[in-house]
Design a protein around this ligand. Sequence first.
Ligand code: GSH
Length: 201
Amino acid sequence: MKLYIKAGACSLSPHIILREAGLDFTLINVDLKTRVTEKGEDFLKINPKGQVPALQLNDGSVLTEVAAILQYLADLKPERHLLQPTGNMARYRTIEWLSYISSELHKGFSPLYRPGTPEEMIPQYRSQLEEKFSYVNGRLRDECWLTGNHFTIADAYLFNVLCWGHAMTLNLGELSQLEAWHQRVAQRPSVIAALQAEGLI
Ligand SMILES: N[C@@H](CCC(=O)N[C@@H](CS)C(=O)NCC(=O)O)C(=O)O
């Protein structure tokens, strides 16, 4: 499989999960401005949406959207418990988190990264994100992962967007459960390896 990425972008979470699942993969960097891959391919021919992540399967087909890719990868290796099986309520709790992270957190960062966002709107976007991370903080428990005893694909995605929160210096310092959880995730070998491979540490 090939995972098309940009270092530090939302492609980090499927990258972490490929490593958690112990799957074989190749990373291909994409220049999101020119939409040309490091191999000189026209990325729009691979993903017409022009966005990372895109996962090219061994049969040549391409799967896009973080939440879909994460679920696909987890289901390839059910024994890793990255997503519980169909019918288990824990599966839907994980998907509930994926949806929240995607729509409320991930896309909440877009105006902060987008050139042209009116300067006077920035504090409002920042405080909306801080409120949402505060909600997540209230849902975390000591020594646990987001949905309980297993590290899941939702933890990888939350870690990904929380890294942006740190990079953007959001005011998260008082969210002690969230910061403790972040430390636990950051110590996982898959996460360290993914951050190293993307040149982020
Ligand atoms: N809905 C997509 C959003 C992906 C997305 O926002 N990717 C960003 C990087 S984090 C991107 O490729 N931005 C470049 C662009 O939109 O032109 C998903 O969940 O995968």
